[in-house]
Design a protein around this ligand. Sequence first.
Ligand SMILES: [Zn+2]
Length: 299
Amino acid sequence: MSRSSRILTIGCVFLFFAFVSALGGCTVNPATGQRSFTLMSWEKEKQMGAEAAAGLAEQFGGEVGDTISSAYVTEIGMKLVTGVEPAVPDLDWEFTLLNDGLVNAFALPGGRVYITRGMAEKLENEAELAGVLGHEIGHVTARHGNQRISKQIGFNVLMGASAVAVGTTSSDSDLRTYGQYALPAMAIGGNLVILKYGRSEESQADMLGMRYMSRAGYDPAGQLRVMEILLESSSGGQRSPEWLSTHPYPETRIERVRELLESQYPDHATNPAYRLNAAQYKARMLDRLDVLEPVPAKN
Ligand SMILES: [Zn+2]
């Protein structure tokens, strides 16, 4: 490497770290207690979530046109949110029941959580609903979307830096454009929704979901039951629920959830503070969905 390209490399690395520290960089996450690489502020996450949410429900059949079941989802979601770590700032928490037959649930950075009618119909009680919503809340508070995007930006900047260093680009304008392109690029809503998380992110969301469930008075075993129900429904040649592709690694997760139940919630089965609320779920969700128009078939 010539002297000038070495200087250029050092300059690029310096630029990268300046870029990272200017935007945020490594922070301790208040929910997980772990250091993570996040370039966006919470405010930026909320803004991005709001942008991505515009027109999103319509892509998934719109909201279920029943105020009782919709309000029920919001009520349970907001109950779980009261257990979120106090150091997490106020987010735009919003819980939407989508009139979509696919079995899925997802969350946008900044606090918007969605669950499909197909998923709600598979569940048997309120604790399981809390399991699905709690898991999604966990992705939000652990800032998994932010981390994913931040890693991608960091990677792009580093690639840009090394490309400049080895002289494969003719100008340094590429580097400058990263600063401009980085933020608008995150606002591409479709990509956020279909973010597929990794093994550790999934287990972390389960762990946080169980914590929020427990704090709201639900048996955290509901989290395990959700995964069992979804795995059972994908056996026998049936199509695998979409939730298992957007939230993968069910076998590892089941194992981790079982370990957590044993180590953190050993009395969960007999704890009088924990509820399942099967009758409430039937009355406020299953019976309501039962008499609604079926989900229109997709082309
Ligand atoms: Zn997940």
